[in-house]
Design a protein around this ligand. Sequence first.
Ligand code: NAP
Length: 349
Amino acid sequence: MTINKNKPILVTGGGGYIASWIIKYLLDDGYTVHTTIRKIEEKEKYKHLEHIGENYPNKLIFFEADLLKPDSFANAMEGCEVVIHTASPFMVTKIKDPEIDLIKPAKEGTANVLRSVNVIQSVKRVVLTSSCASIYGDNIDIKSINKDSFTEEFWNTTSNINHNPYSYSKTLAEQEAWDIASKQSRWDLIVINPAFVMGPALSKRVDSTSVQTMQQLCNGTFFFGVPELWFGITDVRDVAKAHILASFNENAKGRHIICSESLTMLSMAQILKDHFGNKFLLPSSTLPYFLIWLFGPLMGYNHSYIEKNIGQSVKFDNSYTIKDLGLQFTDIKTTLIEHAEQLINDQLI
Ligand code: NAP
């Protein structure tokens, strides 16, 4: 399968944290980009893209599309050989109704996009932004695999609508995508499974969970201590590059874990402290388990989540991604420091 690099590329959910970097790199590389915005009148959400687009006249074209409106992606897809589908709600707290807030837009939205892919004959490849959340549910799940790290062979079997609904939404959406892809042979599906994404944003938006996490780490929210919570972490620019490598590497196949390293919130804080000194109200200790048990629910951690995650380390194996895509991972210290610097420069912390 050969991709014609002169054809436009569709990136869904353009105003988002990850999609914005994908679009920037595609434009830098000379591609024409079609991108969808949920509500075109909400200019605040994508004015940073208009600004980037000014350097590339006629190369960045905006379309309106909502995940819950069938066929709304078709116009934007016309003439594209590659569709990069990133749009999906990413929230782990403040979920009112998991079905409406997360599951429907993730699963039905993916199905809607792929139904249009089935109709628009120019499309040859779909690159889907899934997540490590579709590989595992809770950190404790690592104890039930016979390996010390998660690989692409694993699926999240422990999340459901009440327990880790975001992870459940990503699992259902990715499964739906593989199912739809398996029923035809004109286009192939490549999946990107990022761990928790950090690193500088191209916009001043603070509604991204990734950006909010860095803000909270620096603004004193955890000054009196952080839960002993391990994350796989990766750089937003590496995630964007992975999507582009997956778009054009003709031999790319399957799922791809994008994770640079696993570390705790306290070690993230330590990296920032080593670089910035006392500039921020960073945490310097881990909260005792009994305090998390007592007060965790107020911080958005229910008891089931606490039992299955707090104090349990987790690891991800990124070797397939390095082999299949040739991606080089950014050192996580650089990621965290440059993320904090961006928030300082944009006066967001
Ligand atoms: P983000 O900044 O919140 O971006 C989410 C994007 O999805 C936004 O563009 C948003 O549109 C769009 N969207 C949500 N609901 C929509 C709907 N009903 N119709 C149309 N568009 C809709 O988050 P992100 O971190 O860049 O996430 C992008 C993708 O990466 C998601 O699929 C997420 O699950 C995945 N991911 C993220 C991480 C992470 O740590 N950040 C890790 C693994 C995977 P608006 O601009 O209108 O809000």
